[in-house]
Design a binder for this molecule. Structure first.
Ligand code: ADP
Ligand code: ASP
Ligand code: MG
Length: 442
């Protein structure tokens, strides 16, 4: 069984839907199809969630959502039925927007409209192609905790639900990104979470392959939007791909590979507009193991520096610091320490799955025992590869190449698959281009 996931651009227009349906049709093993919202729709829904949105802006966004979907529906033929479904979803969306008790739960229910709308249309496109897919509500299977916006799936329950509800001889179309908690509230898996949903389904149904169909022909040596010369990686290990996605490689949601590794599922990333291209295979062990395979970039990083007010050699400082961060559910990425100070990086990007907000209450609590400073507008660059902690001769050329840039923090040694450092936001893309040019060869 193959689980195939199509991202937003792969279902963003009628033509794109047709191409994606064409891919589904070429292999009868593709029995579980996971799709995202049409490209741009989740961003629109996020914009609609803004507090105090004026009615002109709100109507403008709703019109954009309507046009995007109705344009597709009109080209589907026999569009009356689909229009009826879509307009009922749209009026439900309007009602939801009028609801006054807005909280995180309300937001997740709002964001779910994107995938619910796209799947309602795509199921018909599949039918027209002769694929008798059954529409299924992912919230019945993807059971999560109640961390709205970035819910944690419960694998055991998901497995049981899948066993009960999914018949391996039927083809299903399901929504990526959404799930539900034990109370039945809609939850979401974080931005870009459809990849993760697909991996969860793949694990649960014991699929042998998970296909991620997107707008690029696989995982590249770096984001091709930043470096047009970046090239496709034919085979990459799970460990490297996981680091690449965690450190900003948007092509995969950072949590995607965990279920795939657990379930022994092969992963393939490929382009839905160019399906003949082989794409990238993500495997347990890659045949080639270059020291530097790829470069990732993650923007909107902040650096929190905490200096202990206590004497040198005092114990318990780190424990005290992390206790405060843990109590506020603040996720820390990199850590660098000296005897009396600690520097930590935090992800402050609006779309980050674990977006951090350093509120005054966190800072005040830290100030009770430490001096605290926060720097923002930074970016994290990660070199991804193999045996990096052992590769001699890497440091010299790298530091020489970075000579004229301001490097705020370096992390090396914790992972054999990455070496990363923090730079000024404004210089980040330039550094990625320079490093790609110097260190990545085909
Ligand atoms: P989808 O909607 O299909 O999930 P995304 O936009 O989430 O697609 O992810 C694909 C995008 O990821 C590409 O268009 C590319 O700009 C970006 N990207 C970032 N890093 C990489 C990388 N190393 N390889 C390929 N694409 C990357
Ligand atoms: N539609 C969701 C988003 O844009 C999930 C996804 O596309 O993977 O974040
Ligand atoms: Mg994505």
């Amino acid at each position: 069984m193959i689980v195939s996931k199509f991202g937003g651009t792969s279902v963003g227009t009628y033509e794109a839907m047709q191409r994606s349906a064409g891919i589904v049709a070429t292999d009868p093993e593709r029995k579980l199809i996971v799709i995202s919202a049409t490209s741009g729709t989740t961003n629109d829904l996020v914009a609609l969630s803004a507090y105090n949105l004026d009615s002109t802006t709100r109507e403008g966004i709703l019109e954009r959502i309507e046009k995007r979907h109705v344009d597709i529906i009109k080209q589907c033929g026999e569009s009356e039925k689909l229009e009826k479904v879509f307009y009922s979803q749209l009026s439900e969306l309007r009602e939801h927007l009028d609801f006054v008790g807005r909280d995180k739960r309300w937001k997740d229910r709002l964001y779910a409209f994107g995938e619910l709308m796209s799947t309602s249309i795509f199921v018909e496109v599949l039918k027209k192609r002769g694929i008798d897919a059954q529409w299924m509500d992912s919230r019945e299977v993807i059971k999560t905790d109640s961390t709205f916006g970035n819910a944690e799936p419960d694998y055991e329950v998901i497995k049981k639900k899948a066993e009960k509800l999914i018949d391996k001889n039927t083809t299903y179309l399901v929504q990526g990104f959404i799930g539900s908690d034990i109370f039945g509230n809609t939850t979401t898996l974080g931005r870009g979470g459809s990849d993760f949903s697909a991996a969860l389904f793949a694990e649960a149904v014991e699929a042998n392959t998970l296909e991620i169909w997107t707008d690029v022909a696989g995982v590249y040596t770096t984001d091709p939007r930043i470096v047009p010369d970046a090239f496709q990686i034919h085979e990459i290990s799970f460990d490297e791909a996981a680091e690449l996605s965690v450190f900003g490689g948007k092509v995969l949601h950072p949590a995607t590979l965990k279920p795939a590794i657990r379930g022994g599922v092969n992963v393939r990333v490929a382009s839905s507009s160019d399906p003949a291209e082989p794409g990238t295979l993500i495997v347990k062990e890659a045949k080639k193991k270059p020291a530097i395979r790829a470069i990732s970039l993650r923007k909107d990083q902040s650096l929190l520096t905490v200096n202990s007010l206590q004497m040198l050699h005092q114990h318990g400082f780190l424990a005290q610091l992390f206790k405060v961060l843990a109590e506020h559910k603040i996720s820390v990425d990199l850590v660098s320490t000296s005897e009396v100070s600690v520097a930590l990086t935090l992800d402050t990007a609006v779309n980050a799955a674990n977006k951090v907000e350093l509120t005054d209450s966190v800072l005040d609590e830290l100030r009770e025992f430490a001096e605290v400073s926060v720097e923002s507008d930074l970016a994290l660059i990660a070199l991804i590869g193999n045996d990096m902690q052992k590769t001699s001769g890497l440091g010299g050329p790298l530091f020489t190449a970075l000579e004229r840039y301001n490097i705020r923090l370096i992390c090396h040694g914790a992972s054999s698959n990455n070496l990363c450092f923090l730079v000024d936001h404004g210089e980040a893309e330039q550094i990625v281009r320079m490093l790609h040019d110097k260190f990545i060869t085909e």
